[in-house]
Design a protein around this ligand. Structure first.
Ligand code: FES
Length: 154
């Protein structure tokens, strides 16, 4: 997938080519591209004269950064105890098969990233699936496809 290096340069310029602004620059790249492509990090390394390894250290330290392409939508399935006993793992399994990904991966068309999470603090509604921070409580396999349809890009 081509990386828009022009956009990367604009972001670096906006931050005044300051190496002290590295985290802000990475945040802006992540926001724009949904992940931190290696080519973008190489550009940052060159422009700010920071070794690439240092940039990777920062990028891997913060959970908010991703080095892999992320889907336009993030699906999270709760595997906390309460959700687990109500079938959370079965929901996750079903989604892995439906989307043809393993947990933690992104679909080839970049529509969805599938994740598992621990207790979301809404156990009474379990099992819970969250898409882009929207909660779907008492989820079951029959409901999943019609919910995902709402998120398929047309
Ligand atoms: S265990 Fe899923 S919300 Fe608490």
């Amino acid at each position: 997938m081509p990386v828009d290096l022009q956009a990367v340069c604009e972001i670096i310029e906006r931050h005044g080519y300051q190496s002290s602004a590295l985290i802000g620059i990475l945040q802006d790249i992540q926001e724009r591209m949904n992940y931190l492509p290696r080519k973008a990090l190489l550009q940052v390394s060159k422009s700010l004269d920071i070794p690439l390894t240092n940039i990777y250290e920062v990028a891997t330290f913060y959970k908010a950064f991703s080095l892999e392409p992320q889907g336009r939508h993030t699906i999270q399935v709760c595997l906390g105890t309460a959700c687990h006993v109500r079938g959370g793992a079965r929901i996750l399994n079903y989604l892995e098969n439906l989307l043809d990904v393993k947990t933690g991966e992104t679909t080839k068309d970049l529509s969805f990233t599938l994740q598992s999470v621990n207790c979301l603090g809404a156990c009474a509604l379990g099992p819970i699936m969250v898409i882009d921070r929207k909660y779907f409580g008492r989820i079951n396999i029959q409901k999943i496809e019609s919910i995902l349809d709402q998120y398929q890009d047309r």
